[in-house]
Design a protein around this ligand. Structure first.
Ligand code: OAD
Length: 229
């Protein structure tokens, strides 16, 4: 089976009702990155940071995968599919995708601020984290999210997986945040690359086939293209 690697961003989950970051009305218009998504913000006001991610989890728990997520899971019948997502939601997994690498962490996990950074799963009935919530070693728990200014430990795996791709698909990312945005350059030269996004993206290399549609409709069109190949 051919290896199909899919890089997804916030637009993948937009039709599920989860806000993107940089579109009009997006999360970074309502919240300052520096306050809620940096180590400095955590140091200055951890309560604000914990509240922000508690709210994100509440929104996730009210959301369901959309047609785009389900279409990607379906592709596993015909391809070896590897999803590399910048999203911290678990909608790919909920839709049935089995190989999902989370580059920027996961909302439904928290980790210890101890040096060993132990990770713990949250549950839908107990999804909030507050100051004073400690790991068994006695350290405060923090969101299991890669903040701006922090290392992206999974990027090495993501680069390796992208190099193996026979087909690369990019869905719903503004390609503004590195190192994730640079992954398209790890693809082998000459492989087909498809990009699904309803909005104008500015300059893109000519070898990328753009499908200017939302995730669900875009995935239908991609399916047609893949079948006709
Ligand atoms: P952005 O908000 O930067 O980009 C979202 C993209 O989705 C844009 O290109 C939109 O045009 C597109 N889009 C909107 N609606 C869509 C739809 N229905 N179907 C498909 N695409 C749609 O989000 P990301 O590129 O994911 O990191 O942002 C990257 C990272 O920046 C995030 O992982 C997050 C953020 O700060 C952290 O929080 C660490």
């Amino acid at each position: 089976m051919k290896k199909l690697v899919v890089l997804t961003g916030a637009g993948m989950s937009a039709e599920s009702g989860i806000s993107t970051f940089r579109d009009a009305g997006g999360l970074w218009e309502k919240h300052k990155i520096d306050d809620v998504a940096t180590p400095g913000g955590w140091q200055r006001n951890p309560v604000l940071v914990l509240d922000f991610y508690n709210e994100r989890r509440k929104q996730l728990l009210e959301s369901k995968p959309n047609g785009g997520h389900f279409a990607l899971a379906e592709l596993e019948k015909d391809f070896e599919v590897q999803i590399i997502t910048q999203n911290v939601d678990n909608l790919h997994e909920q839709a049935g995708s089995t190989n999902v690498l989370h580059l920027h962490g996961e909302l439904m996990k928290v980790r210890s601020t101890s040096p060993s950074e132990d990770v713990f799963e949250l549950t839908p009935s107990n999804y909030e984290t507050h100051m004073g919530d400690l790991c068994p070693k006695g350290y405060q728990l923090r969101p299991h999210i890669v903040w701006f200014g922090e290392a992206v430990p999974e990027i090495i795996n993501a680069e390796y997986l992208t190099e193996q791709a026979d087909i690369l698909v990019v869905i719903g990312t503004s390609l503004q945040v590195y190192p994730a945005a640079g992954l398209i350059h790890n693809a082998k030269p000459g492989i087909p690359i498809y990009l699904i996004d309803p909005n104008e993206m500015g300059h893109l290399p000519a070898y990328i086939t753009v499908i200017r549609k939302g995730a669900s409709e875009g995935m239908k069109e991609l399916n047609q293209i893949l079948k006709s190949r």
